[in-house]
Design a protein around this ligand. Structure first.
Ligand SMILES: *Cc1c(COP(=O)(O)O)cnc(C)c1O
Length: 476
């Protein structure tokens, strides 16, 4: 199947001018309720009619790729389909027209949703208390580390405990969060099977350790079978154990960070709980803690007394607010809808489907590519293209012409020429077969031919290094 993305010579919206006097309701702001004294004389907005705005963004969307177009197995990111019923619920006027400063008594429904989401996430993770405020997984990590820091400070340990340990397979945000919070980062090597090396961990732990951060299953899609030993080592050293919850989709309903012995965990609602990512988001990264850390959570959390929901400010050592108002409320609504719809059994089945899909794909690809470490995966698999003589990047570019979003490439850093594939539960066997065939076909194409791809995209090869180094994020 060949694929052609739409290609338009689309100008920037600021350079567009409709040149028409045709108007639709809403273009005419003569009846603006804003008092005259507050109106601006002029505002540098493009003079574009509604139909041109709609067409502009529709055309851009046709040049783009997203979870509504096809499978998007970007490993580590859990890019699952975002169900439309959750969007509809979050768009309901009863929610979307609320103001965060309304009286508690006026927003009981919204508080109820957040309270129930808090409760569900606490149950899923087997933790004791939670904040919904953080706006991304990375901000959740940072919030969690600040909570640990404040706890260490309050218990007189912060002067000594200045180190945060991370495995070499960790997501880059882990050491970044640790470092931003003012800690020294200590990296430890993984075992030959990709899991935490207990001797290396034991050797790194000391009275200087503040936190050990880890995700389970790890970024290779492999479950850390020794996690209880890890927890014991960390706690015996007096340190705090942090769970990077980005891989929760692999274990939800089966086990939990609380059962494994973790003290702090962040969730990525835009991963596990099917809310949109990034530009379509924003994200949401709630943080749950064990009881001894409750007093340090950001304020307020949502409490319930009798039938009444209220803003609970009772955390005496709170680290303060980490986001405006309640965080990404529209994402809380979507995640609450997703959890409520699926229920405990449905969430567990989704975990099983995600794991099954990954292992099915692994079984289809294992004769073409090398799959390092354990052959049995959880929710994602890491393979290497090295044995094919082709570079992971070249294969990824080739896939684009099949209308396929390529997997993550070159992460985690401990495997050469790697591709990290996470199909998620919301992918059919037909799509998995198509994906596997495209990958296998790509492996047979010769290098010079591969380098010509993508042929059918509005943007062809880009200068990857320049794109990463010279960020131009706004037009001015
Ligand atoms: C996505 C991810 C993060 C960071 O989460 P964001 O929501 O993208 O900020 C952290 N760790 C792992 C393993 C991830 O996959």
């Amino acid at each position: 199947m060949s694929y052609h993305q739409a290609e338009y010579d689309e100008p920037l919206i600021k350079d567009m001018k409709s040149g028409t006097t045709y108007r639709t309701p809403g273009d005419d702001l003569e009846d603006s309720p804003v008092p005259e004294s507050l109106l601006r004389e002029s505002l540098d907005l493009p003079d574009v009619a509604e139909f041109d705005v709609v067409r502009h963004y529709t055309r851009l969307s046709q040049m783009n790729y997203g979870v509504d177009i096809g499978m998007y197995p970007l490993g580590s990111c859990t890019m699952k389909y975002n169900p439309k019923f959750a969007d509809q619920i979050s768009a309901m006027g009863e929610f979307s027209e609320l103001h965060p400063f309304q009286e508690e008594g006026d927003i009981q429904g919204a508080l109820m949703v957040m309270f129930e989401l808090q409760h569900a996430l606490i149950k899923i993770s087997d933790m004791d208390a939670i904040t919904l405020q953080p706006l991304a997984g990375a901000q959740g990590e940072y919030t969690g580390i600040l909570i640990a820091k404040k706890y260490l400070e309050a218990t007189g340990q912060l002067d000594k405990r200045r180190e945060i340990i991370v495995p070499d397979s960790a997501h880059g945000t882990n050491p970044a969060s640790a470092s931003m919070a003012g800690f020294d980062v200590v990296e430890i090597p993984s075992n030959g099977d990709g899991t935490v090396n207990l001797e290396a961990l034991d050797a790194a732990l000391s009275g200087n350790t503040a936190v050990f951060m880890i995700t389970n299953p790890n970024t290779l899609g492999i479950f850390e079978g020794h996690i209880e030993k890890v927890a014991k080592l960390v706690h015996d050293a007096g340190a705090v154990l942090y769970y990077d919850g980005a891989n929760l989709n692999a274990i939800m309903g089966k086990t939990s960070p609380g059962l494994m012995g973790f003290d702090i965990v962040h969730f990525n609602l835009h991963k596990t709980f099917a809310t949109p990512h990034g530009g379509g988001g924003p994200g949401s990264g709630p943080v749950a803690v064990k009881g001894f850390l409750r007093d340090y959570l950001p304020v307020p959390i949502i409490g319930k007394e009798g039938d009444r929901y209220f803003l609970d400010y009772s955390m005496p050592h709170s680290i303060g607010k980490v986001a405006p108002y309640f965080g990404s409320f529209a994402m809380h609504l979507r995640a609450w809808a997703y959890i409520t719809y699926h229920g405990a059994d449905g969430l567990t089945r989704n975990t099983e489907r995600a794991v099954l899909n990954t292992n099915y794909l692994a079984s289809k690809l294992k004769d073409t590519f090398s799959i390092p470490f354990s052959p049995l995966k959880k929710h994602e698999l890491v393979l290497s293209t090295e044995n094919t003589g082709k570079r992971a990047l070249e294969i990824a570019k080739y896939l684009l012409d099949d209308g396929i979003h390529p997997p993550t490439v070159y992460f985690p850093l401990i495997v050469h020429e790697d591709m990290m594939i996470e199909p998620t539960e919301s992918v059919s066997k037909r799509d998995l077969d198509f994906y596997a065939e495209a990958m296998k076909r790509a492996a047979k194409v010769d290098e010079d031919e591969l380098k010509k791809h993508p042929l059918n995209l509005p943007v062809k090869r880009i200068d990857e290094v320049r794109a990463a180094r010279q960020l131009v994020l706004k037009w001015s």
